[in-house]
Design a protein around this ligand. Structure first.
Ligand SMILES: Cc1ncc(COP(=O)(O)O)c(C=O)c1O
Length: 367
């Protein structure tokens, strides 16, 4: 990023001078790298967006605007992040569509048996988290795709928490849209990815207008560039895209020869260990399935999660405390918030020891 903002700094897709041409090459090389990382066959299926939130808003506005009509239904789940709820609510409000909510299994996974029994031909879109940011539960995405396609609907997967933890393969997952944010993959903020099948992208209208996304502009009418350029209006986040390329290189080299799945194994083993350790405290409640993707949410009787977070912070243990942008999930459990430990590729057992030591302090302070 430093180099891209320093000696290499230039805009893309415009200048004929060498520096701009080189920057364009670097920007487009990042697109190819992302396509390879996601197991996408075609780099033109990769749209750079500001983050997962913008990717979902793009899908809702552009694809949803022409493919979901009055009286149609959109299926979400109880554990979705607000960014995979609110854009669909806004769309549904505008066009008179309905939102249904798939419930969870006892252990906090999206209940695909219920989904299969309740999807109808009125459903045009199913939008689900590949991995829950609160519970760490992993969706059986292939089954979700099969169930969704059986009624002729499209499947959007929110991959924010999966992209940094699991090998992605768009062909094998068989979904229709996939979004994620670079800052979850040890990259910068301000950049994310929307992947969509090329036949869908090609048929989708632009959602933002401006420079770069056009073929020809006149006051008699404007024609648009093909995808993905059609969806990247204006000067893009060039340095962030280049940093995303570097982040993928970093994560893949850190994951070693066994690839991204080793990240999942590493983090889910730590999550299982932490769950076991937290069970030794009677007043702790754990949420989510035993097998989780490196995320452990918990509460402690009589102690607000914010107090847990503050005391843990004093011991240099950083956890998030709050509703995690998943208020409907909090409502489901009848709680305002949880404390959430989230492991990364550099986490190890010393982090669990530190967290448990800090939990001792929580217990002492709150009796
Ligand atoms: C599961 C999930 N979906 C969506 C988002 C939204 O990502 P962003 O804020 O980067 O757009 C997040 C971020 O916390 C997330 O964890």
């Amino acid at each position: 990023m430093n180099r891209a903002m320093g000696e290499d700094y230039a805009t893309v897709h415009r200048g004929v001078y060498a520096r701009s041409a080189n920057m364009t090459l670097a920007y487009e090389a990042a697109r190819r790298r992302v396509a390879e990382f996601m197991g996408a066959t075609n780099e033109n299926e990769i749209v750079f967006v500001r983050g997962a939130t913008e990717g979902i808003n793009l899908a809702a506005n552009s694809w949803g605007g022409v493919n979901i009509g009055e009286g149609d239904r959109i299926m979400l789940s109880q554990l979705e992040h607000h960014s995979n709820i609110v854009p669909w609510q806004i769309l549904a409000g505008h066009i008179g569509a309905h939102i249904d909510v798939c419930p969870l299994t006892e252990d906090g996974r999206i209940d695909l048996d219920w989904l299969e029994a309740n999807l109808t031909e009125k459903h045009k879109l199913v939008a689900l988290a590949h991995v829950s940011n609160v519970l760490g539960s992993v969706l059986d995405a292939k089954r979700a795709a099969k169930i969704t396609h059986k009624v002729g609907a499209k499947l959007l997967l929110d991959g924010c928490q999966a992209a940094p933890r699991m090998a992605l393969d768009m062909g094998a997952l068989d979904c229709d849209f996939y979004v994620w944010s670079a800052h979850k993959l040890y990259g910068p903020t301000g950049v994310g990815v929307l992947w969509a099948r090329s036949e869908l992208l090609e048929a989708m209208p632009p959602w933002q207008g401006g420079g770069s996304m056009i073929d020809r502009v006149s006051f008699d009418g404007t024609s648009y560039a093909p995808a993905p350029g059609r969806f990247e209006a204006g000067t893009p986040m060039i340095t962030e895209v280049i940093a995303l390329h570097a982040a993928i290189d970093y994560v893949e080299s850190a994951s070693g020869t066994s690839g991204m799945d080793s990240m999942f194994a590493h983090e889910s083993a730590l999550a299982a260990e932490l769950r076991e350790a937290l069970r030794s405290i009677n007043s702790v409640t754990l949420y989510g399935p035993e097998q989780s993707a490196g995320i452990v949410s918990f509460t402690m009787e009589g102690v607000h999660p914010h107090d847990i977070g503050t005391i843990l912070d004093e011991e240099n243990v950083a956890v998030r405390a709050g509703h995690h942008c998943a208020q409907p999930l909090m409502d489901h459990y009848g709680i305002p918030a949880t404390a959430r430990a989230s492991f990364g590729l550099y986490s190890d057992e010393a982090d669990i020891t530190a967290l448990m030591r800090a939990m001792d302090r929580v217990q002492k302070i709150f009796g």
